[in-house]
Design a protein. Structure first.
Length: 151
């Protein structure tokens, strides 16, 4: 009897065993396995061909989509440039309109002041006509005269 614990005992030598042979396959079964493998291989080739053609088609679609994206980006840049120009033009128009509004307000205030001037503050003096003003009025009258004759 061996009193040594099992981990201190020398290992027993085992004879190497021969690898097990697969069970024998009958010729009918072997033929069926071969046919199944050939069918599976054919299906794999068909699937590979289909996937390659689909991949080619998707590559073409990707190329078209990228071109569309480039075109849209160019169009977006044009629209942004137009928008920026319109905003600048809008700012200049707004400034002009604000100046016109200020002139109108000051002219109305001046007209009210003169219209409601207390009596005896002096006669109302019409604004002086300059040579340039007279030339402008004459030019307008000449333009309007032919139009009135045609009517």
């Amino acid at each position: 009897m061996n009193v040594l614990p099992s981990f201190l005992r020398p290992a027993e030598k085992q004879e190497p065993s021969m690898p097990r042979l697969p069970p024998a396959v009958r010729p009918e079964e072997r033929r069926q396995l071969t046919m199944d493998f050939v069918d599976s291989f054919d299906r794999t080739q068909e699937e590979n061909t289909y996937l390659r053609s689909e991949n080619d088609q998707l590559r073409v679609e990707l190329k078209v989509a990228r071109e569309q994206v480039r075109n849209m980006e160019r169009e977006l840049n044009f629209v942004r440039d137009d928008r920026d120009r319109l905003l600048e033009h809008d700012a200049s128009i707004m400034t002009s309109l604000e100046n016109i509004e200020a002139l109108i307000v000051s002219a109305k205030a001046k007209a009210r002041a003169e219209a409601y001037a207390p009596p005896g503050s002096g006669p109302h003096q019409p604004p002086e006509e300059t040579e340039r003003d007279l030339e402008i009025v004459k030019g307008l009258a000449e333009r309007l005269a032919p139009e009135q004759e045609q009517k």
